[in-house]
Design a protein. Structure first.
Ligand SMILES: [Zn+2]
Length: 258
């Protein structure tokens, strides 16, 4: 964490401008935090390619800059093998590019407004990912939640993966749909109807993991449905699996923002 002054207030997109943030970038702690976030976000895009979640320039990862009301996101329309820390784009939480910073000459991802809305309204979220991974998109087009019928799904998502509302790209409606669906929900993934998965996490890496896992469970449950009706898991068993995995397995519980 850094003591850098905050440029704007979460939940109040009307305050704070790109100019106000630029003035704060002299803080060495903030500069380091931004650089680390740029490196993380740039390198994590390779995971989307590695796991077959994206085609061409589709998909995007963003990460909140720890200790500041800023986030870093991929530029729009740049091929994956050309993404680097210095062409990631620094944005304020109202989705505005911080002018004069590396990468700011390009447009940010077309989903920037949705990412910004999530960061403004879910303060515990440190990373957001969007892909059009095929099995998850198939469920999104089908319009039905992915039922929690495997232990891996109970571990990772703690229940069904919900469907979010149909929303048009270009304003806050996707962000609103993500926040309304995932607030108070165990799942870190939502399938926006007729569109595809958006995932959140305590940091960008955690959100990328959720994007990988949602595609994996979407595929598995799809296969199971070809065999018939998947057998349900008792809710108490889902609770037990989720709690064990989140609190015992691994190093840190999901959802806690440092
Ligand atoms: Zn999309």
């Amino acid at each position: 964490m850094t003591d850098a002054p905050r440029a704007d207030s979460p939940g109040d997109p009307a305050t704070g401008t790109a100019d106000a943030v630029t003035a704060d970038l002299t803080s060495p702690e903030l500069r380091d935090a931004i650089e680390r976030t740029r490196e993380d976000v740039a390198s994590l895009h390779a995971e989307l390619v590695r796991y077959g979640l994206v085609v061409w320039t589709g998909g995007n990862v963003s990460g909140r800059v720890p200790g500041a009301d800023l986030f870093v996101i991929k530029p729009s329309g740049v091929m994956y093998d050309q993404l680097r820390a210095d062409n990631m784009i620094l944005c304020t939480l109202d989705g505005q590019v911080v002018e004069g910073t590396p990468g700011s000459e390009r447009s940010p991802s077309s989903d920037t407004a949705a990412h910004a809305y999530v960061y403004r309204n879910m303060t515990e979220v440190g990373g957001v990912v969007h892909t059009h991974s095929p099995y998850a998109v198939a469920w999104a087009a089908f319009g039905e939640p992915i039922p929690c019928v495997t232990t891996a799904m109970a571990d990772e998502f703690g229940g069904d993966i919900p469907i979010g509302p149909f929303a048009i790209i270009g304003d806050d409606s996707i962000g609103r749909g993500i926040v309304e669906t995932l607030s108070g929900h165990r799942s870190r993934a939502v399938l926006m109807k007729n569109h595809g998965p958006f995932t959140i996490g305590r940091d960008a890496r955690d959100a990328v993991k959720a994007a990988v896992m949602v595609e994996d469970v979407a595929r598995s449950v799809h296969y199971s449905r070809q065999l018939g009706t998947p057998a349900p898991i008792e809710p108490a068993a889902i609770d037990s699996l989720f709690n064990r995995y989140q609190n015992v397995y691994g190093q840190e519980p999901t959802g806690s923002l440092t």
